[in-house]
Design a protein around this ligand. Structure first.
Ligand code: FAD
Length: 625
């Protein structure tokens, strides 16, 4: 139960106008896996285990995320909400990676059937690109895994195992992104294993993993921020500097989002009044994809470690608890152990980029391009490339950055027939920002794994084509990201929706908390101009003539009382995102929301009340006074 706020008695909480009101409504628990929400008026953990069908129980589950040694395999957390797992990925850029290893305790000697939750990520008339084997106590199984389409349990053979510790290894056979979510040793044949129903799958994994009955650890903060990109980090630093107890929940091991060394985009835009904070987490201007991102990462990690912010890296937010029109707590699952922690606070900031908190809480939100008539956002010169006549789903796309190097030694690159339907005749040895994928029928969140994989096919196919040119004989892939960089998805609606006119007219809002100068930067897919390849985009810049401003009313939800948002999920139209989407600009939003949270605490106020009554104080904290 949230504590009573100043000026409020527990008898009359509803009477406080604009204040945070957490007591009067029934609580609703929403845990979401795979975009499937399960809503209940009782705490969700009591619902766990209430499975519809009798699922296999007489077996042993080994979750890939819990492997003791990953070898060369990467832990991919990006698609948990869509496929229900954090999986190991053999991302070797065409060279098989070192084995991942762990041990499992087998209680009973005897025969066990082996099942692996995996997928052929690119099915077609070729050998599956991501093939691998499972090795038990040094002996490889005959079955080659990763050869059946769609996330599913692929059957391996029956093996005889002694009681005691058994060594389990994953042996990558290709270097081309084989993936393993879990291994199951079964005594039943054939067992009923959950797969498509992701809520059921999560509950089953929790039960077999010994987590279902465990008490969920509850933690209380003044502010909980989900998403550790530039906006989330900046928000955490600002709130902490005002003495708040802050939790920062980030699904990846590193902070920075798109500018992390995993994705490697450099930060653009101005820092406005927030230079002091932003210079500790931003990057210099290296080419996107450059290894200098590692140095900038070290700076950012040092800043965050020294900040006093309670950091929860490798924690995926998976759902929340609502109380009336407010969020009461957020639940996050620790990636490696699967344990769930519950984070309580009076104020939350959604800095996930994808607007997950808002989405789960029922916040008004948008996805896609508005019709140009809705906010008067047409630009005749560019027509549909800038804004469409009727609304559509062509948002700014997702990129996978990559590069190669001259090694001085001739080298081969494997044949990649599975990549060619995407790459077609395109040849390249590096990919910058314009390697980007968006389409009318592809959703940037729901189809995130498909989009990343489509870009991998584009990259490997284009590189294979380039290698046919003798001048590239000694060129080898140096780095290919496996974490994709997203530009746009859900946008949460605030009391004000930011649009093109705000930038072109350079409107000076009394509640301005962010300043930017960079042009509006929208992209269109080159296919819209007849290109064969669907993974390349280009830009259209529209100059604004100088400074423009974002009002604080764009940084809190219009219908979730205690939700602020910072980053690309702020309240704007598609065109309205085109200016402020630079990372320093979004960092300014982070700073504004972090300070706003401190005023929510100080005045026992909602963000809307801060906007109405304390905006001068907020602007003063940021440095506008
Ligand atoms: C290829 C590319 C080139 C670009 N070029 C530039 C450029 O040159 N300069 C520039 O300034 N901007 C550039 N942009 C735009 C910019 O990167 C984005 O607008 C910006 O990163 C958005 O910041 P954010 O903090 O809102 O989101 P993100 O950077 O996406 O960070 C959000 C973080 O939240 C985490 N998260 C999401 N869901 C959860 C969850 N459920 N639980 C826990 N954590 C979660 C994500 O893993 C991520 O780390 C580019 C973008 C791309 C993709």
């Amino acid at each position: 139960m949230a504590p009573a706020l100043a000026g409020e008695t527990s008898k009359n909480p509803q009477k406080r106008k604009g204040g945070i009101n957490m007591r009067m409504n029934r609580r609703v628990f929403i845990r979401v896996v795979g975009g499937v929400g399960l809503t209940s008026t009782v705490p969700f953990r009591h619902v766990l285990g209430a499975e519809k069908t009798a699922l296999a129980t007489s077996g042993i589950l080994v979750e890939a995320a819990s492997f003791a040694e990953r070898g060369g395999w990467k832990l991919d957390t990006q698609h948990y909400q869509q496929m229900g797992g954090c999986y190991l990925l053999a991302h070797g850029m065409g060279k098989p990676v070192a084995n991942a290893r762990t041990t499992v305790g087998i209680l009973q000697s005897g025969t066990w059937r082996v099942w692996v939750r995996t997928r052929d990520w690119c099915p077609g008339e070729w050998e599956a690109p991501g093939r691998f084997r499972v090795i038990l106590n040094g002996t490889p199984l005959k079955t080659v895994f990763g050869t059946e389409p769609g996330w599913a349990w692929q059957a391996g053979e029956t093996v005889t195992l002694p009681a005691g510790e058994v060594k389990v290894e994953l042996e990558d056979l290709t270097g081309f992104d084989g993936r393993c979510d879990a291994i199951y040793f079964s005594r039943e044949a054939p067992p009923n294993l959950p797969n498509d129903d992701l809520v059921e799958l999560a509950a089953w994994k929790d039960r077999l993993g010994g987590r279902a009955g465990k008490k969920i650890e509850e933690l209380a903060f003044d502010l909980v921020i989900v998403g550790g990109g530039i906006a989330g980090c900046a928000a955490a630093l600002a709130a902490k500097s005002e003495g708040l107890k802050v939790a920062l929940i980030q699904d990846r091991p590193l902070f920075g989002g798109n500018c992390s060394e995993e994705i490697r985009v450099h930060t653009l835009g101005i820092s406005g009044a927030c230079e002091e904070i932003l210079k500790t987490i931003d990057t210099p201007h290296y080419p996107n994809g450059h290894a200098d991102a590692e140095k900038a990462q070290a700076k950012r990690e040092a800043t965050m470690a020294a900040s006093g912010v309670d950091r929860f890296a490798q924690h995926i937010a998976i759902g929340l608890e609502k109380d009336g029109d407010a969020i009461a707590s957020v639940e996050a699952r620790e990636v490696t152990t699967g344990n769930i922690r519950r984070f309580r606070a009076p104020i939350f900031i959604d800095a996930t980029g994808d607007g997950w908190l808002g989405y789960w809480a029922g916040a008004d939100h948008r996805y896609g391009r508005e019709a140009h008539t809705e906010f008067g956002e047409s630009w005749e010169k560019h027509g549909d490339l800038w804004s469409p006549k009727t609304p559509d789903n062509r948002v700014l796309g997702t990129s996978v950055l990559w590069n190669s190097e001259q090694t001085g030694e001739p080298s081969d690159f494997p044949d990649v027939p599975w990549a060619m339907p995407v790459a077609k005749g395109h040849a390249a040895t590096a990919g910058e920002w314009y390697w980007e994928y968006s389409a009318q029928d592809v959703h940037q969140i729901k189809d995130a794994e498909h989009i990343r994989d489509h870009m991998l096919r584009a990259i490997y196919g284009s590189f294979a084509n380039a290698k046919k040119d003798p001048k590239n004989a000694a060129v080898a892939l140096e780095w290919v990201a496996y974490v994709a960089g997203k530009r746009e998805s859900r946008r949460l609606m605030g009391d004000y929706i930011y649009t093109q006119a705000d930038m072109l007219e350079r409107r000076e809002f009394p509640d301005a908390v962010v300043t930017e100068q960079r042009f509006i930067d929208l992209h269109y897919q080159k296919t819209m101009k007849g290109a064969k390849q669907d993974f390349l985009a280009w830009y259209i810049f529209r100059h604004t003539g100088g400074d423009y401003y974002v009002p604080f009313r764009c940084l809190y939800s219009r219908n979730i009382a205690n939700l602020l948002m910072a980053g690309r999920c702020f309240s704007c139209s598609h065109v309205g995102l085109g200016g402020p989407r630079n990372m320093r600009t979004l960092g300014q939003m982070g700073v504004a929301t972090g300070y706003a949270a401190s005023l929510c605490k100080k005045h026992s106020a909602t963000p809307r009340l801060v906007s109405q009554k304390h905006i001068k104080e907020l602007r003063g904290l940021i440095g506008y006074a």
